[in-house]
Design a protein around this ligand. Sequence first.
Ligand SMILES: [Zn+2]
Length: 85
Amino acid sequence: MVYLIHFSEKIHHAQHYIGFVEGNLIQRIELHLNNRGSKLLAAVNNQGIRWQVVRVWLEGDRYFERKLKNYKKSRHFCPICRSKH
Ligand SMILES: [Zn+2]
């Protein structure tokens, strides 16, 4: 599945992380919490920025993840950012 994480503050001009996980999302979240899932989220953790998974595409595959990343407009998919408009 593909998941979207929203950061409470921007870091390196980014406020979102899109990831793909085959299987257990909770385990992946725990990796992120332990700074082992992604460098960006590790940096976010180190800055003390809070984050949360705001959206999940259960049927999303790696191709879909790549498509979302290439689109470079994660906030369009983010319920938190959209509600601020
Ligand atoms: Zn957002």
